[in-house]
Design a protein around this ligand. Structure first.
Ligand SMILES: Nc1ncnc2c1ncn2[C@@H]1O[C@H](COP(=O)(O)O)[C@@H](OP(=O)(O)O)[C@H]1O
Ligand SMILES: [Mg+2]
Ligand SMILES: [Mg+2]
Ligand SMILES: [Mg+2]
Length: 346
């Protein structure tokens, strides 16, 4: 089955949301950043991006039954203290729609904005189709001025069938390049059986990308979270040592890691959250599609495939690991050994 229409819609939606995010990141105000009940940050751009993706998907695919599993909800914006933030989001969304010009619509009201955010409340699951959205993945990176991604995937009968990653700050060349890179802004797109393509966010023609073909861990560079709170740097360093990886780890925020891996900038991505953390499907669905269609393999630390069909969370055994087919067996072995020796690192 082809998902061409859905992929085209997802690409448009993510690129539109990226415009809003870029504008906000350039002039981020202290008042734009808030704290959620779990203490994690959320900004006006996370909400604005979710509104635009939800809006654009409905416009582009009016006949498709619409279900969206997305990270943000409107709870805090409906409170008295959220009023000003809601106004600012509504303004940003309307400015972006007007300057983009694709959709000839009257400005959205605050109520439209709240409803568009709440479209993302779906529980997902193993039946039918569900869009899966992280409107800004890597909010901490976004706030710091670093990497982030707008990550949009589609589930069909519990399987990820397409993924789009818009990475506004990712260089078009390798993240390992020693040269300063002026050209930034990449969009990765993939559909099941169709390979992975990268284009520049400002609209160059897509080129097919592949994961690194290296069989030699000594040559493999390794990605992990910038934030040590999101993934144990100690554990990945022990795994890297066992494998013989020579280069220091490359730390970047967000699913931009999956994008960079899909074009061979590095060969391994390790993610080991600290005990008790539950992974959400929107943190991985789009990246999973982009990296697997480029020839990569994604599994949990026990070597099991990821199951996106169980609702908003991924149930998995300690951590997520990504690499190419050749390196996976030795990586799994190193992961198992390191986990048994360093259980306290999590
Ligand atoms: N304690 C924790 N352990 C692991 N992941 C966490 C975490 N707290 C937040 N996260 C997730 O890590 C994501 C960012 O990943 P990375 O470290 O690769 O940039 C966040 O996405 P958001 O930024 O969308 O909230 C969030 O879902
Ligand atoms: Mg978040
Ligand atoms: Mg995220
Ligand atoms: Mg997010």
């Amino acid at each position: 089955m082809s998902y061409d229409k859905e992929l085209a819609a997802a690409t448009k939606a993510a690129a539109l949301a990226a415009r809003l995010c870029q504008k906000v990141q350039k002039a981020l105000l202290q008042s734009d950043v808030h704290s959620k009940s779990d203490k994690s940050p959320v900004t006006v751009a996370d909400y604005g991006s979710q509104v635009l993706v939800s809006f654009a998907l409905e416009k582009e695919l009016p006949s498709m039954a619409f279900s969206l599993v997305a990270e943000e909800d409107s709870g805090d914006l409906r409170k008295e203290e959220g009023k000003e933030t809601l106004q600012r989001i509504t303004e940003l969304v309307n400015d972006t729609l007007a300057s983009d010009g694709t959709y000839d619509v009257s400005p959205l009201t605050e109520e439209n904005v709240l409803r568009a955010i709440d479209n993302g409340k779906s529980e997902g699951g193993s039946r039918g189709r569900h869009w899966v959205l992280d409107p800004i993945d890597g909010t901490k990176g976004f706030v710091r001025g670093d990497q982030y991604a707008i990550a949009l995937g589609l589930l069909d009968e519990g399987k990820v069938v397409l993924g789009v990653l818009a990475c506004p700050n990712l260089p078009l060349g390798s993240v390992n390049s020693k040269e300063p890179q002026e050209k930034v802004g990449c969009l990765f797109s993939a559909q099941v059986g169709g390979g992975t393509y990268m284009q520049s966010l400002d609209g160059s023609s897509p080129v097919k990308v592949h994961v690194s073909a290296t069989e030699n861990p000594e040559e493999a560079s390794l990605f992990e979270s910038y934030e040590a709170a999101h993934s144990s740097h100690d554990l990945s360093s022990s795994i890297a040592k066992k494998l013989g990886v020579k280069a220091p780890p490359v730390r970047i925020d967000s699913q931009a890691k999956y994008g960079a891996l899909s074009r061979g900038d590095g060969a391994i991505y390790l993610r080991f959250p600290h005990k008790g953390y539950r992974e959400k499907i929107w943190d991985h669905a789009a990246g999973y599609s982009v990296v697997t269609e480029a020839g990569g393999v994604v599994s949990d630390a026990a070597g099991n495939p990821l199951d996106f069909s169980k609702g908003r969370y991924l149930d998995l055994d300690t951590g997520i690991i990504v690499t190419n087919q050749k390196l996976m067996p030795s990586l799994l072995k190193a992961v198992k050994e390191s986990l048994s020796e360093n259980a306290s690192a999590l």
